[in-house]
Design a protein around this ligand. Structure first.
Ligand code: ZN
Length: 337
């Protein structure tokens, strides 16, 4: 079955085609309209998806040399309501016009399963999902069965990287620039906090600590301390992730860990995780950020197991991983929020 996957939950428009043969096409376009505003503007995100999505779908079908997909999978939540609505409206209309099944996809489940795009992985595994919008540690017991062990109590890890980059004057989105700058710095220069919250995370205290460290030194001298600040922040931010995952490995006895979401692109983080002694799996960077491929794959797997969404499917901005089944017959008719 040839499944079209559509992702529009935030500022990436992603379209992909997945079938028995694997991933056929994967097109992602990152919006840059938000740069000038220093953060994602929901209204602009939705408007840009409206313009880009149809063109991207057409390009994907052409690239695969097919007329139409045999099913349409779409991210239905969580995410920005207006942005999600663009993808879901398009998917419902397109699926109905073609007379093919519609499958709503939980964006968080798609991130967890993104590791299966490139590799066969046995369940159970632990998944650390760290992105600009989410930070959670999940036990993937088996396909479609997840237990969230902990999550962030305030900011997401990726959000902290972007906010601190802004505090350091590195622009927006500045996470990758911060990583570059940190390479030249001393990560022990500042003793930033690493909270101990069991399986939960917190990043607001760390962000505030960086803010005051910058202020204390005076703006003029920031340039000389920039690399040390960036390196010390990065160490503290990643240490928290390492601590929680180590705790989860010990508690569950599961020694296979997938690190997914945009933050998994950070090479300092990759290096640290690789030295932890358990099996660690990273998707390629293009599958770490939001993409249509993980949505197409999740839709493909769900369809294969008999899951369908109805045309009542809505958008679910606060959808949780453990509520994924509410998107499908017979659990919620795809109409439960
Ligand atoms: Zn995401």
């Amino acid at each position: 079955m040839l499944v079209l996957g559509i992702e529009t939950s935030c500022d990436e428009t992603g379209v992909a085609l997945y079938s028995e043969r694997g991933l056929l096409v994967d097109l992602t376009r990152t919006q840059d309209v938000h740069r000038a505003f220093g953060g994602v503007v929901p209204e602009l995100a939705a408007r840009d998806h409206i313009k880009v999505l149809p063109r991207l779908v057409k390009a994907a079908l052409e690239e695969a040399g097919v007329e139409a997909p045999q099913a349409v999978a779409v991210t239905a939540g969580p995410g920005l309501a207006g942005a999600l609505a663009v993808g879901v409206s398009f998917a419902k209309t397109y699926a109905q016009a073609l007379g093919v099944p519609l499958v709503g996809v939980n964006h968080l489940e798609a991130h967890v399963l993104s590791v299966l795009l490139e590799k066969e992985i046995e369940f159970p595994f632990l998944a650390l999902l760290a992105s600009g919008g989410h930070t959670e540690i999940v036990l993937a017991e088996e396909l479609f069965s997840y237990k969230v062990l902990g999550r962030t109590l305030d900011d997401a890890a990726g959000e902290a990287f972007d906010k601190v980059a802004k505090i350091l004057g590195l622009g927006y989105p500045g996470a990758s620039r911060l990583e570059e700058v940190a390479r030249e710095g001393n990560e022990e220069a500042y003793d930033f906090p690493v909270p101990k919250l069991g399986f939960n995370f917190s990043y607001s205290g760390l962000k505030t600590a960086v803010y005051y460290a910058v202020k204390r030194g005076g703006e003029g001298a920031l340039a000389e301390r920039l690399a040390d600040l960036a390196a010390s922040f990065q160490r503290a931010a990643v240490q928290q992730l390492l601590d929680v995952v180590r705790g989860a490995v010990e508690e569950t006895g599961v020694r296979r860990v997938a690190v997914v979401g945009g933050v998994a692109r950070n090479s300092y983080l990759r290096e640290k995780f690789s030295k932890e002694g358990y099996e660690v799996i990273f998707p390629s960077p293009r599958f770490s950020s939001d993409n249509g491929a993980m949505v197409a794959l999740t839709g493909y797997l769900r369809l294969g197991d008999g899951f369908r969404s109805s045309l009542e499917l809505g958008v679910y901005p606060d959808l949780e991983l453990e509520s994924s089944d509410s998107l499908y017959f017979p659990f919620g008719n795809g109409s439960k929020g």
